[in-house]
Structures are given as C-alpha cells and as structure tokens.
Design a protein around this ligand. Structure first.
Ligand code: MGD
Ligand code: MGD
Ligand code: SF4
Ligand code: MO
Length: 672
C-alpha cells in the first residue's frame, strides 16, 4: 500500500456553496472525504452526502465501458463495445443526418450534472461547430434571474457572508437545511448571539421552519400578491422610504398610484395569509434597519414567476434597506461578473449560422416534431431528463421512437440512459481538471485530477475531443488536452481575477478556492442608474399583480428539495436512499379530510398528462390546496412514473424558465 496523500478538491454538484473538500488518496483511490478548512465558505461544514463522496466515486454501479443497445429501446439490454466503435457509430450517424436532414436535426441535452465550467460547457463548442440545434438551458432559476435583472439590471446582491450585518432575516421560499447549509449555520450563530428574528414564507413548514420564529404559509405562485400587500402597508402607514423610492425608482409614481388597490384583505383572498399577519410582517420588516430577504427559486417556477420575483425585489427597496450593509437580497448570484471568460470554452465563433433554439423544458414536445423539423438524434450529458424535465410520459414516447438516435454520456445507468442507443462512460469530478465559479457565494476555485478514471470512463472534454476528431473537425481547440484548456483559462484572466493577490492566483493554479470581492450593492447597474418599477422589455411593463392560472384541477403540486440527494444525483447511494424513505406527498388535514385520505395511505396524484402513485403524509403546516413532493425520484427507485409526469412544458412569463411548480393536480385514494 502506498502512502496516503491529502488533496484539495471541490464539490461538483448543483448547489450554491461549491464546497471545498479534502480527499485522502491512496493507491489511486479516494479513501476519505472531509471539509477543506481553508475554504472561504465551507471551512467548517459540508453536507453529509459529500462526506462519503468516495462511495459514489468507487460505486460498483458505475458504467465502465461504452455500451451499445442489444434489445428493444428502453429494455436496458446493452453489450459492451470499444470507444472506437462507439465514436465511429455516432459520428457516422451524425454525418449522414447532417447531409440528409441538416445538423439542426441533432439536439444536445445538458444541464447541471457537473457544475464546473470546462466540463459543463465544452460541449457547446462542439455543437456550435456542428451547427446542431441550440438548447435553451432554463431548467432551474432563470425566471428568478430575469425578474431580478428586470428590476436591478446587473447590480450585485448580498453574498451570504454579508448576512452577519443584517438585523432581520426573511427566508422567502428556500429550505436552507437542504440547499444552503453553510448559510443556515451562520444564521443560527447570529440568532444565538443577537436574537435576530428569522421568518419563513413557504408553501409548507420545511425543515428550516424549526429554526425560525415564525412560518407564514402561502398558496403557491401568489408571492407577488403578498409583496404588493406588504408594500401597500408600508406606504399607507408611512413606513416607506419615499425619498429613496422617488429618487431611485424608475416608474415609481405610476406604481404608487395603483398600490392602494392591493390591500392586505385583497391579498388574504389570494395568498391564504390572514390580513393581520401581512400587516404584522410589514411592520416587523420596517422596524428592522438592515433586513435581508433570502430568496429561493420555488416561487419563480410559475407562469407568473418573473413577476413574483420583480415584486419581491421591489418590496425590498421599499424601506431603503438595500442601501445599508446587510440589507437587501441574498439568493441570486451575488456578482453578475465574469470570473471566467466563458467564450474561450463555449466558442460562439464556431457557429456559422444561428441555430434553431429548443428549450430544455420542451424536449418532449421537440421529440414529437415531424417532417423537416424532426429531431433525429439526442446527445445527453450531465443531465437526466427522464426524471428532471417536464412531461415524463411525452419524453419517454419520444425516446422510444425507432428513428431517434440517442447517445447518453453518463456515470450510472439512469432512467434516461436506459433509452440510449449508445452509452458512453463518464468520469467523476476527482478524475478530471476544472475551474468552478460558485453561484451562491463570491468564490472561485480550481480542482485538479486526483485519480485515474476507472475502466474506460472519460471526461466530457475528452469525449468531445474524440467526437470532433471523428467528425473531422480540425480546429486546434479540439486538439487541446483538458489540462491545456485549464491553463488557457488561467492564463487569460478576467479583470476580476487580475485583481486577486499573487497568493490567491497561486492558490488557483495549484488547485484550491479563493474568495472574490463582494458586490457594491449601491452601484445600481441599470441604464438609468435607477431600479425599475417599469420595464418595457417585459410583457407586463409596470410591475403589478398577475394571477396564477386556474384550471379544472384544484390542487397545486410543489417540488421541494431533499437533503439526501441533489436533484437525481446520489441514487447510487443505498445509505442515503434508505434514509430518504418512501416517495411521499405532504397534504394538509383539510385536504386529507376532503378526500378521505388517511396518513400513510397510498394515493394517486393525477392531471391531464399523467398519474403518479405516492404515499400520503398528513402535515398541519401545508398551505391550503397544496400538495408537497420532496426530491427528484427516479423511475427506477419509484418503480413507476414520478413528479415529472405531472409537469407541463409551459414557460414562465420572463426568462423562458421551467414552471414545474405551476402544477395543477387532483388526488384520490389509490385503493378505494
Ligand atoms: N440537498 C439538496 N440541495 C440542493 C438541491 C437538492 O435537490 N437537494 N438542488 C439544488 C438546486 S438544482 C437548486 S436550483 C437549489 C434550489 O435552492 P432554493 O432555490 O434555495 O430553493 P429550495 O431550497 O429548493 O426551496 C424551494 C422552496 O420553495 C418553496 N416554494 C415552492 N413554490 C413556492 C411558492 O410559490 N412560494 C413560496 N413562497 N415558496 C414556494 C418550496 O416549498 C421549497 O421549500 O438547491 C440546490 N441544492
Ligand atoms: N421533481 C423535481 N424535478 C426537478 C426539480 C425538483 O426539485 N423536483 N428541480 C429542477 C432543477 S432546480 C434542476 S437544476 C434540474 C436538474 O436536472 P438535471 O441536471 O437533469 O439533474 P441531475 O439529477 O443533476 O442529473 C445530472 C446527471 O449528470 C450526470 N453527471 C454528473 N457528472 C457528470 C459528468 O461530468 N459528465 C457527464 N456526462 N455526466 C455527469 C449524473 O450522473 C446525473 O445523472 O431538475 C429540475 N427538476
Ligand atoms: S452538495 Fe452542496 S452542501 Fe454538499 S458538499 Fe456539495 S456544495 Fe456543499
Ligand atoms: Mo436547480
């Protein structure tokens, strides 16, 4: 046995902290993983999932060789083949599809399996060069981003480390226990020392509720109405910072004129929150000097999601909290800046004509296109669309098409990989080199390859280089190694990176994470230098009430995160999956009574596009007419269809985002 070495690495998953890890390496294997005490955010704490990352890296379930389909589509019957054969089969197909139907008949499908920049984004260079269809990647929080940008432009918001200066915390639709552990631990510390108040606004009392002074339950998608009523109270009771609003708010006069309509009594009807609770919340917020709103993405995943976010961000402006240290908004990417020149990776210059755009939320619809518009080949990497994207039944119908050539580059036999014609084995983060821009904190990191990839697994970079060679692409980009690409990024630093100290630059070069400067929040980066109540680029320019859509299905189905997984990742881990228990929905006692459902009973949740079986759990703290589904389950683990079978492919008002929480359903007992 060789000596153990301890190396730095970074968590590659879609989670706002990009934690620093220490990996103990021995004989080409990771034997232990712990938190990297030098990391600027996660020095003291990482989540329990990643504390045993080695179990995933060395899982016996990993795919180790390329595979080709040997049975009917979706049967899961595959036989091993060589990389040569796999690459030849794929590139031969793509060459003939390009000639016969045009390269736009080929569609990439990628999302957030690995969050590091080179591995996540290098496929774009390849597909730009190929002239394939362009995937619009808005599966997560782009309505939140668009809503924020509509009001604040490119202004930076709070890094969670600035929350120590806040004197009141309003957690608006985020389960910090699952998705922002480091922030939660800081807030708990703050509350212990100074008794700062913490209030949660959510559709159910998530595990975060137990750390809060109060939980306010809200009907899904009605947050805009709440924000309007809060502003109404602030204005009516003289608690608004009128001077700040008049001087810095574009369109404030117009907005102010219609504000009297939006009374707490009006909002009570829509949100289900008692008018007195709304008044109380407005007063508590106004009494604080530097209140911070910690905003999750849940309420933006609606058809009115962008407007909900616009109104919340405007509410935050109302008392002028924004201008004070610790006051404002935390929860969007804190610095809208370029830590990395992404065009060096994505190479937009490789695309000769604009590509057809296909939204990731509408892949099922795209796979149903016919004739000259038909998608003939799908290449999936870093994504598990069968479980994570809308309209699961439609997606599977598409994947079953005999004339669709599907390639999946994966680490495990996911529900999506089951439908592939060719599967390519993917590497883990510790088996590849990359740079990581954190999206929840101002940090930047580099993680070096620590161990060889097992079997014949390859990184996304190496795979796209082989595909490019097979296609005969001669650009020098595709001849670079992963290390050379990383060196190229580091030797072309952006202005932000150039401002780092020698020591910090060296830390990046050696592999490690550094803290980047926080944003200057008071530097409002819109064209006019003012925040916007009125934004003519939006379908509804003046911020105001937009209702959620009603239809014949009376209940809202809402997705909430699970502590035992990140999206569909960690399904390889029996320890975590066992701890997670059954695929449940939480329902209120009122719903239980109405439908005669008892606690622990199997139920069917359904609408016009799907039907999913869950175990019902009763919970006093679920909003009216709301059903809560935790985590992304895989069809394999559920043994049936999952949440994704109930979500439509509609997009949000702005940001072209998922509306996975605009999910109207009906419920019934599975055994009458
Ligand atoms: N452990 C774990 N961590 C994760 C993930 C995971 O799956 N597991 N996923 C990662 C990813 S991809 C993301 S995008 C982030 C997400 O992280 P955040 O955006 O911070 O959101 P979540 O913590 O998922 O919490 C969403 C909350 O919004 C609530 N909600 C839903 N609809 C509404 C609404 O209309 N109004 C209000 N007020 N609340 C609503 C839900 O009940 C839920 O509690 O987390 C990341 N981190
Ligand atoms: N029901 C429900 N659905 C949801 C959500 C929800 O909360 N509930 N959340 C939504 C949100 S916020 C998001 S961001 C999306 C996430 O949607 P996805 O990005 O599809 O979700 P993941 O489950 O992370 O799937 C990523 C896959 O990438 C693979 N992978 C990891 N690293 C690599 C690599 O280096 N190379 C390659 N080739 N593959 C790799 C993993 O093995 C995994 O199977 O899901 C959305 N869908
Ligand atoms: S999943 Fe999130 S909390 Fe856990 S180690 Fe990764 S970044 Fe940190
Ligand atoms: Mo996400």
């Amino acid at each position: 046995m060789s000596e153990k070495t301890i190396c730095k690495t970074i968590c590659p998953y879609d989670c706002p902290s990009s934690c620093g890890l220490l990996a103990e390496v021995q004989d080409g294997k990771i034997v232990r993983v712990s938190n990297d005490p030098d990391h600027p955010v996660s020095g003291k704490l990482i989540c329990s999932k990643m504390r045993h990352y080695e179990r995933s890296v060395h899982s016996p379930e990993r795919i180790l060789t390329p595979l080709k389909r040997s049975g009917p589509k979706g049967s899961g019957e595959f036989v091993p083949c060589s990389w040569d054969e796999a690459i030849r089969t794929i590139t031969d197909q793509w060459k003939s599809l390009s000639v016969e139907y045009g390269p736009q008949s080929i569609l990439p499908c990628v999302y957030s399996g690995v969050m590091s920049d080179i591995q996540r984004k290098c496929g774009e260079a390849f597909f730009n060069r190929l002239g394939a269809s362009v995937l619009v990647q808005t599966l997560c929080s782009s309505a939140k981003g668009a809503g924020y940008k509509s009001v604040m432009g490119a202004t930076g918001c709070l890094d969670p480390r600035e929350l120590k200066d806040s004197d009141f915390y309003l957690i608006w639709g985020s389960d910090l226990t699952a998705t922002r552990l480091q922030t939660l631990s800081e807030l708990i510390q703050q509350r212990k020392q100074t008794k700062k108040k913490m209030i949660l606004i959510d559709t159910y009392a998530s595990p975060t509720a137990r750390y809060c002074d109060d939980t306010i339950l809200i009907r899904p998608g009605t947050d805009g109405a709440l924000a309007l009523a809060l502003m109404n109270v602030l204005a009516e009771e003289g608690l608004a910072d009128e001077e700040w609003l008049r001087e810095n708010g574009e369109g404030y006069e117009q907005f102010r004129e219609m504000l009297p309509e939006y009374t707490p009594a009006w909002a009570q009807e829509i949100t289900g929150i008692p008018a007195d609770t709304i008044r109380n919340l407005a007063r508590q917020y106004a009494a604080a000097s530097a209140p911070a709103v910690i905003l999750g993405s849940g309420n933006s995943r609606h058809k009115n999601g962008g407007m909900n976010v616009r109104l919340i961000v405007l509410f935050i402006q109302f008392t002028g909290a924004w201008k004070r240290p610790g006051g404002g908004l935390c929860g969007c990417t804190p610095v809208n800046g370029g830590y990395v020149d992404m065009t060096r990776i994505t190479r937009p210059d490789f695309r000769k004509t604009p590509g057809r755009r296909i939204n990731i939320n509408q892949i099922a619809a795209a796979l149903a296109l016919e004739g000259s518009e038909a998608v003939k080949s799908l290449y999936v990497y870093g994504c598990n669309p069968v479980d994570s994207v809308s309209n699961q039944n439609g997606m599977i119908r598409g994947l079953l098409r005999e004339d669709l050539f599907t390639v999946v580059h994966e680490r495990f036999m996911t529900d999506t990989a089951l439908y592939a014609d060719i599967i390519l084995p993917a590497a883990f983060s510790v088996e590849q080199n990359d740079i990581y821009r954190c999206y929840g904190y101002c940090t930047l990191g580099v993680a070096k390859k620590l161990i060889p990839a097992p079997g014949e697994c390859k990184s996304n970079w190496d795979t796209f280089c082989l595909l490019a060679k097979g296609m005969g692409f001669e650009e020098s980009y595709f001849a670079m190694t992963e290390e050379e690409m990383l060196k190229d990024i580091l030797s072309h630093p952006t202005a932000e990176v150039r401002r780092l100290s020698e020591k910090q630059r060296k830390c990046l070069e050696d592999g490690g994470s550094v803290s980047m400067p926080f944003a200057d929040h008071c530097d409002i980066k819109t064209e006019s230098g003012k925040f916007r109540f009125y934004d003519e680029s939006c379908p509804v320019p003046l911020a105001g009430y937009v209702p959620t859509e009603e239809n014949e299905y009376p209940l809202h189905l809402v997705a909430v995160p699970d502590v035992h997984s990140v999206n569909s990742i960690f399904h390889d881990r029996a320890d975590l999956m066992q701890a997670r228990g059954d695929m449940t929905v939480l329902i209120s006692p009122k719903t239980a009574e109405k439908y005669r459902i008892s606690d622990g009973e199997p139920v069917l949740v359904y609408n016009d596009i799907g039907e999913v079986r869950f175990i019902a759990r009763m919970d006093d703290m679920v909003a009216d007419d709301t059903v809560i589904a935790r985590g992304i389950w895989t069809m394999k683990s559920a043994g049936s269809s999952t949440f994704a079978a109930l979500t439509h492919e509609d997009l949000s008002d702005i940001g072209e985002a998922t509306t996975l929480n605009e999910n109207r359903v009906e419920i019934k007992r599975a055994v009458p």
